[in-house]
Write a protein that binds this ligand. Structure first.
Ligand SMILES: Cc1ncc(COP(=O)(O)O)c(C=O)c1O
Length: 99
């Protein structure tokens, strides 16, 4: 099962948000980090779990569709946001939910 979670980058970082697709058993979910996360447009990623989808084949499909000139700022922004969410995501989402 592949789930479009374009607007759900924040879900894995707080228990009171809706269940993240991978926690619900999806094989793949696709997330646009630039929507509810922080980053530059085209900062979309896929997450893979389980054994139903061959990771090498999936990467080969992604390679066909992706640029060969990756933008390091795009990756750096996504990694910085991921780090911030691991460290402070729960408290930041707590504040948002309070509001
Ligand atoms: C539900 C949904 N899926 C996918 C996309 C496309 O995402 P991306 O901006 O990563 O191409 C959008 C864009 O708004 C969307 O709303």
């Amino acid at each position: 099962m592949i789930v479009d979670e374009a607007w759900c980058a924040q879900l894995p970082f707080h228990p009171e948000t809706p269940t993240w697709a991978l926690s619900a058993g999806a094989d793949i979910c696709v997330v646009s980090v630039h929507k509810m996360g922080l980053g530059f447009e085209q900062g979309s990623v896929f997450h893979l779990q389980g054994g139903l989808v061959d990771p090498i084949g999936l990467n080969q499909c992604a390679d066909v569709l992706s640029t060969t000139s990756a933008n390091v700022m795009l990756y750096a922004a996504m990694d910085g946001w991921r780090r911030q969410m691991v460290q402070d995501g729960r408290s930041m989402i707590d504040k948002a939910l309070e509001r």
